[in-house]
Design a protein around this ligand. Structure first.
Ligand code: PGA
Length: 248
């Protein structure tokens, strides 16, 4: 069995002005002492250039990238722009973008491929709504597996691609999926990845996200097939992020 290094990733969403860059400086030393894990912060695009020199071993990334190389896409950010700003990675397919920007799984696959082409690592997010979860665990597993397979780029490889399972009903709600729910979903996603990609599917990291905090991180991070966490609210300050990194 391959050993998967844990990744603790923060997602600041549409939060953070230059006044908050001190938090990046305070998070950097938390990662510096940890050769055994990876730490990343997915920041607003406007902060990337200023944050990158402060981040030390923390990978700084964007929260989305456009699937086209460049062109008439007002308001979007290209992979080359992220790289030039100092990003080493990007999120794609976060449920907030799928819901509010109407991004399809085909869009997400194209974004991932474009980001990889520019040299970025990618965290690709999937997850079911409450409505789907209420149809039962088996229905939720099948739905998320389908979403994952439809969102995977052609050349998916664990060297640059990480998957994050984030149940939509657990994001920003304080409602965490239970350890058995997380373990069962991650088991289903692992099986689907192995069936599709073989050994590469075994080596691909699977993060959990959705109301992860210092209080629940240890229980979640020790579950089988949980290779890290994608953290929203609790990544905004070093004080809240530190216990999650420590739990990994
Ligand atoms: P949350 O967000 O930790 O605030 O629930 C997680 C995410 O959306 O990535």
């Amino acid at each position: 069995m391959s050993v998967r290094r844990k990744l603790i990733a923060g997602n600041w969403k549409m939060n953070g002005l230059k006044a908050q860059l001190g938090e990046v400086s305070a998070i950097a030393p938390l990662a510096a002492g940890r050769a055994d894990i990876d730490v990343a912060l997915f920041l607003p695009a406007t902060l990337i250039a200023a944050a990158a020199p402060l981040a030390g071993d923390v990978l700084i990334g964007g929260q989305d990238v456009h699937q086209a190389e460049s062109g008439a896409y007002t308001g979007n950010v290209s992979a080359a722009m992220l790289v030039e700003a100092g990003a080493g990675g990007t999120l794609v397919g976060h449920s907030e973008r799928r819901a509010y920007q109407c991004e399809s799984s085909a869009d997400v696959a194209a974004k991932a491929a474009r980001a990889h082409g520019a040299g970025l690592m990618v965290v690709l997010c999937v997850g079911e709504t409450l409505e789907t979860r209420e149809e039962g665990d088996d229905a939720a597993h099948a739905w998320v597996v389908d979403q994952l397979l439809a969102s995977l780029p052609e050349d998916a490889d664990p060297e640059w691609l990480t998957i994050a399972y984030e149940p939509v009903w657990a994001i920003g709600t304080g409602k965490v999926a239970t350890p058995p729910q997380i373990a069962a979903m991650h088991g289903a996603l692992r099986a689907a990845l192995v069936e599709k990609l073989g050994e590469a599917g075994e080596a691909m990291r699977l993060l959990y996200g959705g109301s992860v905090s210092g209080d629940n991180a240890a229980d979640i991070l020790h579950l089988p097939n949980v290779d890290g966490a994608l953290v929203g609210g609790a990544s905004l300050t070093a004080a809240k992020f530190a216990p999650i990194i420590a739990a990994a």
